[in-house]
Design a binder for this molecule. Structure first.
Ligand SMILES: NC(=O)c1ccc[n+]([C@@H]2O[C@H](COP(=O)([O-])OP(=O)(O)OC[C@H]3O[C@@H](n4cnc5c(N)ncnc54)[C@H](O)[C@@H]3O)[C@@H](O)[C@H]2O)c1
Length: 343
């Protein structure tokens, strides 16, 4: 039994060599679950960082790693069939908003083709719960804050966001047709130790330490609900054991986007405390003891000016709200960065 009273499970974590997948795998192993990690270790960013993460978990009893591509239909279906997982957490994806402007096909291969393979694998092999990563980017053109899962999200502004919204629609279809319980999690700008080198905190830290200028988009007025990675994995690990059922009060005359007549749920996982980019940089400068040279730029295509998560549903259903401050979170990131890169 884990600390929520749930039996230990055999869980597939896709994207296990990635930032969130690595942290989640560690947490699930610490809770006593058996984890099979799956990842193609692609070179979207430094492969050595992915290999170092894997090295840290590979020796843990209860963990096995399978290298493969989500878009490889036979490989995914064979794995899910052979292993008989209790739950599947799909985190593998082509991430990044800006990269989707220049590399659209990478998103279709991993996020659309890959996701249908996961859905098919789950529905044919009695997986009890499919949990998958969506993103705050699905809120696209929405401006009503905080962003709620009960708001309509039909106006994405990047292909990345469109693939995440498509995942939610595909999951709903499988929940409806086959009764597969699915939960989509919209993560809000995740940061922390072992983070992604393509994201602002990593890019800023490296540039500041090297004495190079940093690009500050939307002239620093961008607001982000920065969410510490431990809060994200706490949320995911609770959601795995909160298997959704149909919502009996769902009404097709007034359809709630966040629940359904089918066993389908969507949750936001965000800090519910947006911070201006310029404040985020100030905290980083304090932690590093060094000022940044700032190159102020306009909002980039595909980016949204602000995000803020309504997490009431998450709190109500799994009893958890992210709460790590950026002061604590950035300082823990810097401790890790300095020790990992010896600087
Ligand atoms: N980090 C964030 O701020 C954030 C915010 C919202 C949503 N998300 C989503 O959360 C998930 C995890 O994000 P992350 O930050 O850990 O990203 P990441 O890039 O660090 O991890 C993704 C992992 O998936 C693997 N992968 C990619 N395509 C694959 C494929 N076709 N087959 C097998 N493996 C593949 C990559 O090698 C990588 O290790 C992603 O779905 C991402 O879209 C992340």
């Amino acid at each position: 039994m884990d600390r929520f009273g749930a039996k230990t499970q055999k869980i597939l974590v896709t994207g296990a060599a990635g930032f969130i997948g690595f942290h989640l795998s560690r947490k699930l192993l610490a809770l006593g679950h058996e984890v099979v990690g799956f990842d193609n270790i692609n070179d979207y960013y430094d492969i050595n960082l992915k290999l170092s993460r894997l090295q840290l978990i590979e020796s843990t009893p209860g963990f096995r790693f399978v290298r493969g591509d989500l878009a490889d239909r036979e490989a995914v279906l064979a794995l899910v069939k052979a292993e008989r997982f209790d739950s599947v957490v799909n985190l593998a994806a082509q991430a990044g908003v800006r990269y989707s402007i220049t590399n659209p096909y990478a998103y279709i291969d991993s996020n659309i083709q890959g996701f249908i393979n996961i859905l098919e694998g789950c529905r044919h092999n009695e997986v009890k719960h499919l949990v998958y990563a969506s993103s705050s980017s699905v809120y696209g053109g929405n401006t009503l804050m905080p962003f709620s899962v009960h708001h309509n999200v039909d106006h994405p502004v990047s292909l990345y966001a469109a693939t995440k919204k498509a995942n939610e629609l595909m999951a709903h279809t499988y929940s409806s047709l086959y009764g597969l319980p699915t939960t989509g999690l919209r993560f809000f700008t995740v940061y922390g130790p072992w983070g992604r080198p393509d994201m602002a905190l990593f890019l800023f830290t490296r540039a500041i330490l090297e004495g190079k200028p940093i690009d500050v988009f939307n002239n620093g007025k961008m607001q982000r609900d920065f969410t510490y990675v431990d809060d994200i994995v706490e949320g995911i690990s609770r959601v795995i054991f909160s298997v959704p059922g149909p919502n009996p009060s769902w009404d097709g005359n007034c359809p709630d986007p966040g629940t359904s007549f089918a066993p389908y749920r969507i949750y936001n996982i965000g800090n519910n405390s947006p911070v201006e980019l310029i404040r985020f940089i100030e905290v980083l400068e304090d932690c590093l003891g060094k000022q940044a040279e700032k190159n102020f730029l306009p909002l980039q295509p595909g980016d949204v000016p602000a995000t803020c998560a309504d997490v009431d549903d998450l709190a109500k259903d799994v009893g958890f709200r992210p709460s790590t401050s950026i002061e604590d979170g950035i300082s823990r990131f810097i401790d890790w960065y300095r020790s990992y890169y010896h600087c």
